[in-house]
Design a protein around this ligand. Structure first.
Ligand SMILES: [Zn+2]
Length: 144
């Protein structure tokens, strides 16, 4: 029952373009996707926190033909990779704005700044991520 409520709160949050996670009351570790217990220290109590929607992309895995998602491809070029949220938690994510050409260049510049991107997919608001090219240019104004 508790798990169903966690899932509902999470999806209701996404519909409002909010990313909910759980923070351990004992060690402060963030659980995302949200779970009731802490995976870091095993403590049983966690509380809701909202993630900022900013993070860093640590790896770039381009979709191969076999795992390509036709829905994603309609939105634009994308990759899979490990995103680390500002709050310190890491997870697998789908990240838009990464073409094959850019992936080649950006692999040497990891981690890349990314921000949350909410999209309606199959009737649900789904959380994706997008490379924050503006932030990259601010960090390195001379880079072409
Ligand atoms: Zn903990």
């Amino acid at each position: 029952m508790k798990i169903e409520r966690v899932v509902k709160k999470f999806y209701d949050g996404l519909a409002e373009h909010k990313i909910y996670a759980r923070r351990c009351k004992e060690c402060g570790a963030i659980e995302y996707p949200p779970r009731y217990a802490c995976n870091t220290c095993g403590y049983h109590e966690t509380e809701w926190v909202e993630l900022s929607g900013r993070g860093k992309l640590h790896s770039i895995i381009l979709p191969a033909t076999l795992n390509a998602d036709p829905w994603n491809a309609k939105i634009g070029p994308y990759c899979y990779g490990i995103v680390e949220a500002e709050e310190g938690v890491k997870f697998n994510a789908t990240v838009f704005g990464v073409s094959r050409k850019k992936a080649k260049e950006w692999r040497n510049q990891l981690p890349l700044p990314v921000h949350a991107l909410f999209a309606e997919k199959d009737g649900f608001t789904t959380l994706f991520w997008q490379v924050d090219e503006d932030a990259m240019q601010e960090a390195a104004p001379d880079r072409k």
